[in-house]
Design a protein around this ligand. Structure first.
Ligand SMILES: C[S@@+](CC[C@H](N)C(=O)[O-])C[C@H]1O[C@@H](n2cnc3c(N)ncnc32)[C@H](O)[C@@H]1O
Length: 147
């Protein structure tokens, strides 16, 4: 939980600032830290391997979300993918859903296995989104406007 302290403060601020009402959490896992968030949104958790029956079975590489959420989250998901092509497919699928914002961890953690800023390679924004994120928290959380 200590590792997510900063993000638990950062995310609700962005939710308020951008008027976000609906959230899809892709690769939600057990939703442990998300369940501690101080926010009031309509939240759906998706996962390719659902932890329990509250999560919706969904493969972000091969499927598009069933509706346009205000925000899609993908925290510590793309860094597990085998290559950048799979990350790009997931980002394309998220954009195809009509989502307004994306909150994700930078995939380059995968390249080095380390989280230190100086070890980061090419960031997600230059590879896939070609725009600067609206907001950044330390070296690996990013918040983009998709539209
Ligand atoms: C390291 S966990 C992160 C869980 C949670 N987001 C968190 O921050 O604690 C990565 C999650 O991504 C899910 N995942 C991996 N590939 C996925 C895919 N293609 N589509 C959806 N979920 C996926 C895994 O099943 C796992 O629950």
């Amino acid at each position: 939980m200590a590792a997510t302290k900063a993000v638990r403060a950062f995310l609700p601020e962005l939710i308020e600032k951008y008027g976000i009402e609906t959230v899809a959490d892709i690769g939600c896992g057990d939703r442990h830290w998300v369940s501690k968030l101080d926010w009031s949104v309509e939240y759906d958790g998706y996962d390719v391997d659902p932890f329990d029956d509250k999560a919706i079975k969904f493969d972000a590489i091969n499927e598009v979300l069933p509706k346009a959420y205000d925000l899609v989250m993908a925290v510590y998901v793309m860094n597990h993918f085998k290559n950048d092509k799979l990350c790009a497919r997931m980002v394309d699928n998220i954009k195809a859903s009509g989502a307004k914002y994306l909150f994700a961890t930078d995939i380059t953690v995968r390249a080095t296995g380390k989280l230190e800023l100086e070890m980061l390679g090419e960031p997600l924004e230059s590879k896939f989104h070609k725009s600067t994120p609206v907001s950044k928290l330390d070296c690996f959380y990013r918040f983009w406007a998709l539209q």
